[in-house]
Write a protein that binds this ligand. Structure first.
Ligand code: AMP
Ligand code: GLY
Length: 426
């Protein structure tokens, strides 16, 4: 089978490395992939949003199956276009990807079907939003309706900051058309948990839970990033909470999408907050998380390709999805200055790394030499019987990676370790 993966970051590298273990797959392509993937897939220089050329490549090369990983092509309808050309895909169609593509849609869905989430109001004019903010509870959370490269959420600690956010999003269009509408919602507190799940629209199978570390610096300081590291499983996500989520969030979401005529097939990602009043949905994503995938898939013991095909075929209920009982930790190594200005083009040396997995996000080959080419350069994942072992292994291997201006967080997993210790009465 010839399989292609659309996307080019660390998440896609993790998907590709897992698919590579499948005996059925004879050839793997990445569109566009990146230079750090060259041993795992043939990289084709077609951008993830270039749907016309993605379809043309798939048809010309007789691709049997496509995995569309990033949010943009899913929301733009890449799966619909590939299906129309006769190519089976892993990923939701456009009418279901809207669960991530529009926050107004997802909030209204949750309200309509009684799925727990933060209280909210929707605005399509800055004037009305600013008026509402005169009396809204503070802190408050302002969200652009559409996709905004993961940056469309602003937490405002003061009324002035909240108003400034509305002006930036709705009048100055800092996120372009994505900010034509906004959601202003209740500020929630509690530990955050990411739960990725497989669903074929009938059955939903949650994967092992994980925890992202979104801020750039240790101690959750600094700017929000695309994610500086992850661990799995997430010790705040107890069996009791998992059971509650299945009943009040996961199954109701799948059913709600069916009732709306928007059956979701693919990886449905639940960004949850465990509040004092129980778990609530902070966000839905229509895809695998990055860098959650870099800790979740290494723990998957079943064949990923078999599971993905069962999602496409609607036979997930009959398919085994087994995870290891161990733990994984991923430390993201970035270029100094990320998520703002940074330099690229430095030699990237990963040859000595013996981690379970190194997932390259931002690199390119220049005359056969691997060079850095992005803010987040790579993620190093360690696995172990315990979280503490996994973290040690990840950091040991970080020491074997070198590139100029590298920076990374030193505290990935520490909050989780504290919780895991506390749960055992240590
Ligand atoms: P998102 O881009 O939707 O993942 O949001 C980014 C981050 O903003 C989340 O991971 C949370 O830490 C935070 N956040 C989003 N919504 C809320 C909320 N209603 N209350 C508190 N924090 C939030
Ligand atoms: N790590 C969060 C996301 O993929 O959206």
């Amino acid at each position: 089978m010839k399989v292609m993966v659309v996307g080019g970051g660390g998440r896609e590298h993790a998907i590709i490395k897992k698919l590579k273990q499948s005996p059925e797959i004879t050839k793997l392509y990445a569109l566009p992939g990146n230079g750090g993937m060259k041993d795992d897939a043939e990289c084709i220089d077609i951008g993830a949003k270039d749907i016309a050329n993605i379809v043309k490549f798939a048809v010309d090369n007789k691709i049997d199956y496509a995995v569309v990983a990033p949010d943009d092509p899913l929301v733009l309808g890449a799966v619909d276009a590939l299906n129309e050309a006769g190519i089976d895909c892993f990923g939701p169609k456009k009418n279901a990807a809207i669960i991530e593509g529009s926050k107004v849609f997802s909030k209204n869905l949750m309200k309509k079907y009684g799925i727990p989430t933060a209280e909210y109001e929707v605005f399509d004019s800055a004037e009305a939003a600013l008026k509402y903010l005169e009396t809204a509870p503070i802190p408050t959370v302002i969200k652009a309706d559409g996709l905004a490269l993961g940056k469309g959420v602003i937490i405002a600690e003061t009324r002035e900051d909240a108003k400034a956010a509305v002006v930036s999003i709705m009048e100055d269009k800092m996120f372009g058309e994505s900010g034509n509408k906004i959601v202003i919602e209740e500020f929630l507190t509690g530990p955050e948990v990411s739960v990725l799940s497989f669903t074929d629209g009938k059955t939903i199978v949650p994967m092992v839970s994980s925890m992202d570390h979104k801020r750039a610096l240790d101690g959750d300081q600094g700017l929000n990033t695309g994610g500086m590291g992850t661990i799995a499983p997430n010790p705040f996500y107890t069996q009791e909470i998992a059971d509650t989520c299945m009943k009040t969030i996961f199954l109701p979401t799948v059913e709600a999408m069916n009732k709306e005529g928007r059956t979701f097939k693919g990886c449905l990602y639940f960004g949850l907050m465990i509040t004092e009043k129980g778990p609530k949905v902070i966000e839905y994503n229509c895809r695998f998380g990055d860098p959650e995938t870099q800790v979740v898939l290494p723990l998957l013991e079943s064949d990923l390709f078999t599971v993905m095909k069962s999602v496409t075929d609607g036979t997930l209920a009959d398919t085994e999805v087994r995870f290891s009982s161990g733990a994984a930790a991923c430390v993201v190594m970035a270029s100094k200055g990320y998520p703002q200005k940074y330099e690229s083009g430095f030699d990237l040396n990963i040859a000595n790394c013996v981690a379970d997995n190194v997932y390259v996000a931002g690199a390119k080959l220049v005359d056969g030499v691997l060079k850095t080419a992005g803010g987040r350069v790579l993620g190093v994942t360690g696995k172990g019987a315990t979280l503490s072992e996994a973290i040690d292994k990840a950091y040991e291997n970080v020491g074997y990676v070198s590139f100029k201006n590298a920076f990374y967080r030193k505290d990935i997993g520490q909050k989780a370790l504290g919780k895991a210790g506390a749960s055992k009465g240590e």
